[in-house]
Design a protein around this ligand. Structure first.
Ligand code: NAP
Length: 333
């Protein structure tokens, strides 16, 4: 069987381009015992994949040049040599960016797409939602009356993190990259305020006006100047969940900003970096809360879905210019 796949053509320096990816046609082998043939249906693109394009050792292994890119995929089982995963099932796994693939059934998780939109298993009920849940509940630890700030607020993680903070009785301020995203945060996702960091004359001053008593918790998805502006507005004993630093992922040279450390010191701030996999033994707890809130209408979600397998590099690159609202996905059919 002939299939298409994207491989890493070269390692990017700075912002990746479509030249860093190559579309190839290959032939798939035969199914062995306990394996299934999968047709990719929804494919996730995520900012952390930028780090995997480098050769630097990190928490996630590097992609190899000339080898397929791998990521979160929702797929239909076309054929099965497994007793636990059958033809017709829909599954989630870490799979190659390919139209079809062969995988061991043990590496896949079956999901029910009758009542839940399929892409949600790669978003609010998948890695981004789980990240938002643990970063907010375990590190930001919001309590009623707190003021919570979220950067990257209109993305896959941020939209969920902000709504979880609202559910705890807090006042939530989102920071995002367009007026349209800020409007969406307030009108559809219940954020109290939103700042467009691309047009703001001073994020630090805007925050000072919006948070006269200071920021109690900060969920950081972006780092850089936005984080510096939030740091200047932190209250005593504030908590920072260091989730992502997307503003820095394409820097060829290390960023040298002004140090936020004096603010953290003088205000006794607790800052904790985390990787969602730190909580892998508790994923079930997060998914069960997120599912319940979703079913009760307490959480809402949105996706930006591009049609066509060949759009994968565009979708990935779009993350770095804010082309997505909520989860960025590719739909193959
Ligand atoms: N620690 C973990 O385990 C973990 C797990 C998942 C994700 N993350 C991190 O969490 C962050 C959000 O991930 P996500 O999946 O929710 O991505 P996302 O928000 O859906 O997509 C990325 C967004 O980042 C914003 N952005 C891009 N470049 C930026 C810049 N230079 N400055 C400020 N904002 C910028 C864009 O929105 P705007 O229009 O607002 O610019 C874009 O839509 C990422 O940093 C990611 O690496 C960490």
């Amino acid at each position: 069987m002939n299939i298409s796949q994207f491989v890493l053509a070269s390692r990017p320096i700075g912002l990746p381009t479509s030249d860093n990816f190559r579309l190839e046609k290959i032939s798939l082998g035969e199914l062995k015992e306990n394996e299934v043939l999968l047709k990719s249906w929804y494919i996730s693109v995520d900012p952390y994949m930028r780090g995997r394009m480098n050769s630097v050792k990190s928490y996630a292994a590097s992609f190899e040049v000339d080898q397929p890119i791998k990521g979160g995929i929702l797929a239909k089982v076309i054929e099965s040599k497994s007793k636990s995963v059958l033809a017709g099932d829909v599954v989630v796994g870490t799979l190659p960016w390919a139209t079809y693939s062969i995988e061991k059934a043990d590496n896949l998780r079956k999901v029910d797409v009758q009542k839940i939109p399929p892409g949600y298993y790669l978003g609010i009920l998948g890695m981004p939602g789980i990240t938002a849940y643990f970063g907010m509940m375990e590190i930001c630890k919001p309590v009623k009356g707190d003021t919570v700030v979220i950067s990257g607020a209109a993305g896959a993680v941020g939209i969920v993190a902000g709504q979880i903070a609202k559910l705890q009785g807090t006042r939530v301020i989102g920071i995002a990259g367009s007026d349209e995203k800020c409007r969406l945060l307030k009108e559809q996702f219940g954020f109290d305020e939103a700042i467009n960091y691309k047009t703001s004359k001073s994020i630090r001053k805007e925050l000072a006006i919006l948070c006269p008593e200071g920021v109690d918790a900060y969920f950081d998805n972006v780092g850089g100047e936005i984080t510096e502006a939030v740091a200047a507005n932190l209250d005593f004993h504030a908590r920072i969940a260091l989730c992502g630093q997307i503003s820095q992922y394409n820097n060829a040279k290390p960023y040298v900003g002004y140090s936020i450390l004096p603010h953290l010191l003088t205000r006794s701030v607790l800052l904790q970096g985390f990787i969602v996999s730190n909580y892998s033994t508790r994923f079930g707890e997060a998914v069960s809360h997120l599912t319940q809130w979703l079913n009760e209408g307490k959480l809402k979600y949105t996706e930006t879905i591009l049609d066509g397998f060949d759009k994968l590099p565009d979708a990935f690159l779009g993350l770095f210019s804010g082309k997505n609202q909520g989860k960025m996905l590719i739909k193959t059919e």
